[in-house]
Design a protein around this ligand. Sequence first.
Ligand SMILES: Cc1ncc(COP(=O)(O)O)c(C=O)c1O
Length: 443
Amino acid sequence: MYMSNATGQDGDPPHRLGERNLMANNSGYSFATWTSFIEESQIRALLKYKVKYYFAGGLPGIMPTKIFGQILKDLGETYQVNPKQAIDDLNYGPTGGQPWFLKTLAERLQKVRKIPINCENDWECVSVTNGSQQALYAILDTMVDPGDVIITPEPAYLGFLVPAVKLGARVITVPTDLDGMIPEDVEKAIEISKKNFGKCPDIVYVVPDSDNPKGTTLPMKRRQALFDLCESENIIILEDSAYAEIQFKENPKPIKTLDKENERVAYLGTSSKEAAVLRVGYSVLPATMREHVLKDKGYLDLCTSTLVQRILDIYYKNYIDEAMREGIPKYKERYEAMAKAIDSCFPAGLRTDPTGGFFIWWESETPFNSADFLQDVAIPNDLLYVPGGAFYPISGYKLVNNGSDLEPSKPKHNTMRLGFSYAPPDVITPGIERLGKLLSEHL
Ligand SMILES: Cc1ncc(COP(=O)(O)O)c(C=O)c1O
């Protein structure tokens, strides 16, 4: 039986000004402190494995390839007859994005997601970044000093958790159920942050639509309750809507729709899941936050590729609805194939029941360590998933005793995230059946 050997750890982030990292080299020079306690992203590390049954990273497996082929062909012809546009499109541009692309994004956000943007005048509240990952990092960099407190669901997207710890944030994770984050627990976490750390949290992070890693969707009542709570406590909600367009049924409106004055919610989207992985994220940020975030981005990359913005501008103006109409039913088929195979072949446990996105989360009834099982059993059998432990902070706190206390975070190792986005149903079904059989044999 695979047992967790995780030990408890201190919840405070390793101090940014602590011992410099002299261990990593023999040359006499040292590295910044964070290099000693931050490891390579576990999802990146798994990319090196080539397996037949790939259920690990959130790679889109359904791409509008014909559409992009057409866009590139048309663009090539435009550049032949209009070299001036080619020079502009192959050049540097404004750090926050090209005005023509920001206007296109503003229109889509207003029309489809009902975000209250006056497209004529307010398009400048939209910005683009190199993936929404860059926006997550730059927002943390902008909002958090070492020792500041942020609240996340448990489990949570590791691309947010790891930078938060790297930058010295105290992370408090709150429990989630099959509807996602529980506002009453967020309220308790705020109170305990004030009591234990003498400060109110700065950010509540949430992925309301088909969360990563659990795939849960936050009902409207909880969205409203979170908004009201953060409004009364003066806390920023970081609404990461990475999967908002990949939905099998109509979802509640974004939390951002409640933020009429654009003051409370930092809203992030990404073209990675709904277009292609061209490294373009987009955001609607409160004005002062946007200014600081773009200042940060300016020093990180100067700007996002203008050519890529041009390609996506044409896609969002002319093709996205057609691409989503074709793509979403195919993602739904993959989800159904995975859910069915889990239900018929896995040992006793609990799975989530997503209505969109890329992931199902599974928790075993029997204790085992899914990271050890991955290395020892799954990979040798041509299978890859992400062990659930990756979605807990490497240091941080969790609410305990019905929310009256905090304890150092501890990963739940009897869990795994299974991605249904990449492999087609005729790979998902035999792959999940094989995984289920191996789990049943070993647990
Ligand atoms: C919840 C969530 N946020 C943000 C990202 C980052 O996406 P990107 O940088 O490709 O826009 C991901 C990627 O998988 C994600 O799952």
